[in-house]
Design a protein around this ligand. Structure first.
Ligand SMILES: [Zn+2]
Length: 194
């Protein structure tokens, strides 16, 4: 089945994703689909659990354009040495059209693996550091609005509530499975990769 981007409050957005043990043809196909979805949606990053796969991998391109910028595929990323602070607006493909200010460290070190199994170790700052932190949060079940101040979040609370109401009413009418059934569907991935 083709992958698609799941909206908030799908329960997979809140799981702690599992480390990837091996890069195989299946993972390469997943990455290629994730990149297609990210560019189609005009996003700058997409984490695996946003396509309902609880795996520690995300794709990003701060330019949002396949022809430009730097395309990143980070496997089992880890973030260290946060420095400085910066507040800027963020959005999320799981909450289309909703934006809010988030304060984050300005500079970070990120270590990860790429699709060829090479280790990546880089210091990044500015917008790229923000994108990487946002996507890495997804792997830990954290959404950007969790990091917003109460005051800023108040401006988008109604929009978030609306998304939640739509999702819950689809569950109530049987259009979307229950949270319990959605999470049960993830088990196959745990067995494949852990
Ligand atoms: Zn996001």
């Amino acid at each position: 089945m083709p992958l698609s981007i799941i909206p908030h409050p799908h329960p997979t957005l809140r799981v702690c994703s599992r480390p990837i043990r091996k890069v195989d043809a299946q993972l390469k196909r997943i990455v290629s689909e994730m990149l297609d979805l990210m560019y189609q949606a005009e996003g700058v990053g997409l984490a695996a659990n946003q396509v309902n796969l609880p795996l520690r991998i995300f794709v990003a391109n701060p330019s949002g354009n396949r022809e430009d910028g730097e395309e990143l595929v980070l496997i089992n990323p880890e973030i260290q040495s946060p420095k400085g602070n910066e507040t800027a607006q963020e959005g999320c493909l799981s909450l289309p059209g909703i934006y809010g200010n988030v304060k984050r460290p300005r500079t970070i070190k990120v270590s990860a693996y790429d699709l060829r199994g090479n280790s990546i170790e880089r210091e990044v700052d500015g917008f790229l550091a923000r994108v990487i932190q946002h996507e890495n949060d997804h792997l830990n079940g954290v959404m950007f609005f969790d990091r917003m101040s109460d005051e800023s979040k108040r401006d988008i609370d109604d929009r978030i509530d609306e998304l939640e109401t739509v999702f819950r009413s689809k569950q109530a009418s049987g259009g979307i499975p229950s949270d319990q059934d959605l999470l049960a569907e993830l088990e196959q991935w745990y067995h494949t990769y852990c």
